[in-house]
Design a protein around this ligand. Structure first.
Ligand code: GLC
Length: 648
């Protein structure tokens, strides 16, 4: 609701900051006034009780207006263009790739010469995995940041990043970076000061004199890395205190019940926005609020913080969308898009982690029923928000969907997950997959799965055995997995190396800073000699690359694939086939995926259940036409194959 006092406060603050609220900064001023009451009520809900609440609220206003003031003009214009376009990020023309700059091409400068490679593939959105300063050997792949504003020397300098962003933007490419919100490295200046006894900075973290509270909290907090980093607290010799470390012992959890921490991190978020970040990946948002007696994940206050961030970004740097990396239970993931009054006003994106894991489920069993049992949940995503869709990323695959989804299919959840773990870790003798279990919890036997897309799809084994039939099957599986995630709605994010079938890289075992974490097996070092083969006819690299390229270009042509909440699942006439329909007022696309190792038959009736029945269908994937037959006749889909059928 409109609040006169707040309006005055904003006006005065912006005027003091020499902003031209009646002239060139008027749009910003308007956005600010429009969002102020939301900002203030979210802030008060979180921090209203704090002794310095009022004072810190003023510095929040200051931070927002400084964020805007420092925004380069070119980004301000791009903000306006994006606003005019509206929901720019839902477009079917954006395809992403996530990569480690050093492992991909050495450093940020070299990235510039790789832009043609992305263009050739059709990728126009890059997620650069963390590049800010992080101690070697205690880095968690860059997710233990010791300086949020300094690019790590290994990658180059901040100027290199700025230069790259400009070049990308000129080439109409988008950029995503991470904000590691939940924790800092124990080498961060704040942590160092806390170790030296500085009370101000000790309050930036959760620090305790003895084990009494940590012990109570441990009772309800799950462990994230039970093998390599058991427990949630670490003893700090220097200050003789226990500090909360939910992830690795070198990652100290920030204390967001302290509003000063919020302001510091918001300032960094706006700093990243002003580097030209188009989508900001908020790392591990599920963890940002802790409370005794809870699991310290997905708490309501974590959502308040994200909403507050969203409102502030919306005012200062509206062209930057937010991705919440919440890899949690299906129902919980949905909440990161916002609920109630804040529906579609929290994170613009979340990872479709449920769907990703379910694709792996279907690939192992050849049965798509568990995948279907989960869709009513996934389909709750609000209009105007979107998924990052993917088959692999730098992390492990968690089988975090609900037991009831498995039970509905008639499987026993415990046995079913055990089967999947054995299948993908290669423990099961006849399994073609070559992965490994990650973070096995000895108490619960919970585990996740590591391994590259190609190795999990059987390519590593098939190549070792030089088995042409199996090589062919594994390539089909790779493309089936990619295709399903490309067309389901959302922004597809390819993990680097998967575009040409990199298998697991075991060199991490020789590096003491990595050997304790088998996620490194699927984070390849790119060999550009191998990558050159994408141009050599009849190589495996060429086959996978050109097929991926084709999928991307089909996607770019079909506007109906843009994520406008226009997805319907087809009736499961055949349990081996997952089929969905993407539709707009005048277009339709039937996407059908056969997860079994045998040809699957689908009654033509499947095409007659959604409005006017088409007579002819064109398969964009195989460049082939089909006449829609009688209901007792069938469309036949080859093993691990798919069709992208548009009614003619
Ligand atoms: C996120 C990252 C993961 C990292 C963790 C802790 O989940 O994706 O790689 O280990 O956060 O920062």
């Amino acid at each position: 609701m409109y609040n006169y006092q707040l309006h005055q406060q904003i006006t005065e603050s912006l005027q003091q900051n020499e902003l031209d609220i009646a002239g060139k900064d008027n749009l910003f001023y308007t956005r600010f006034v429009a969002n102020t009451s939301a900002i203030s009520s979210l802030y008060n809900e979180l921090y209203g009780h704090h002794a310095k609440s009022k004072e810190i609220f003023s510095s929040l206003i200051e931070t927002i207006s400084n964020g805007y003031k420092k925004r380069p003009d070119v980004l301000k214009s791009s903000d306006e263009e994006k606003e005019i376009q509206g929901h720019w990020f839902l477009s079917n023309e954006i395809t992403g790739m996530s990569l480690y700059v050093d492992r991909f091409c050495g450093n940020i400068k070299n990235m510039e010469s790789k832009l043609d490679y992305f263009k050739k593939l059709g990728v126009n959105f890059l997620h650069l995995m963390p590049i800010f300063e992080s101690p070697q050997g205690e880095s968690d792949g860059g997710y233990a940041v010791s300086d949020f504003r300094k690019v790590d020397e290994r990658f180059g300098k901040l100027e290199d990043l700025i230069h790259l962003q400009k070049k990308m933007s000129n080439e109409k490419m988008y950029l995503m970076l991470d904000i590691v919100l939940n924790h800092t490295s124990h080498r961060h200046e704040w942590a160092e000061k806390a170790k030296q006894g500085d009370k101000k900075y000790q309050d930036y973290f959760y620090m305790f004199d003895d084990r009494s509270i940590p012990d109570q909290m441990e009772r309800t907090m799950p462990e994230i890395f039970p093998e390599s980093s058991p427990g949630n607290f670490t003893y700090v010799e220097e200050c003789k205190k226990w500090v909360m470390t939910v992830f690795h012992n070198y990652q100290w959890d920030l204390n967001y019940s302290n509003p000063v921490v919020f302001i510091e991190m918001l300032d960094t978020i706006l700093f990243y926005a002003n580097l030209g970040v188009d989508i900001l990946r908020i790392d591990a948002p599920a963890f940002i609020w802790k409370q005794l007696g809870t699991g310290c994940q997905n708490l309501p206050q974590a959502h308040l913080i994200l909403r507050l961030i969203k409102q502030c970004v919306q005012v200062a740097t509206p062209g930057m969308a937010l991705l919440g990396e919440a890899i949690v239970a299906p129902k919980e993931i949905m909440k990161y898009f916002g609920t109630g009054l804040y529906t579609a006003k929290e994170c613009d994106f979340a990872y479709n982690a449920t769907q990703m894991a379910l694709q792996w489920d279907a690939l192992a069993t050849g049965d798509t029923r568990v995948m279907l049992a989960a869709q009513h949940e996934i389909l709750q995503k609000p209009f105007g928000t979107s998924w990052i869709t993917y088959t692999r990323c730098h992390d492990d695959i968690g089988l975090g969907y609900d037991d009831y989804m498995i039970e509905q299919t008639g499987y026993n959840p415990y046995e079913h997950r055990k089967f999947l773990k054995n299948y993908y870790s290669g423990v099961q003798e006849d399994s073609p997959a070559r992965g490994a279990l990650f973070s096995v919890n000895p108490k619960t036997q919970d585990a996740r799965i590591s391994g590259s897309l190609a190795s999990l799809c059987g390519l590593e084994k098939a190549l070792q055995e030089n088995n042409e039939t199996d090589i062919d099957l594994s390539v089909r599986k790779i493309l089936l997995m990619q295709a399903q995630s490309f067309f389901i709605g959302g922004l597809p994010m390819i993990f680097y190396g998967d575009e040409l079938g990199y298998t697991n890289d075991y060199s991490y075992l020789q590096d003491a800073g990595k050997s304790y974490d088998n996620r490194w097996m699927h984070r390849p070092v790119i060999d550009w000699q191998k990558n050159k083969k994408v141009d050599v006819e009849e190589t495996l690299e060429q086959r996978i690359f050109s097929s991926t390229q084709k999928l991307i270009s089909i996607r770019k042509k079909l506007e109906v694939v843009a994520d406008h909440k226009n997805l319907n699942w087809l009736t499961p006439h055949n349990i081996h086939i997952a089929g969905y329909l993407r539709s707009s007022a005048d277009k339709k696309l039937y996407c059908l995926f056969n997860f079994s190792n045998e040809a699957a038959y689908l009654t033509w009736f499947a095409f007659k259940e959604h409005g006017a029945a088409p007579k002819k269908l064109y398969d964009h994937w195989q460049d082939k036409y089909y006449d829609v037959g009688y209901n007792h006749e069938f469309l036949i889909i080859e093993p691990y194959s798919f069709c992208l059928l548009e009614p003619q």
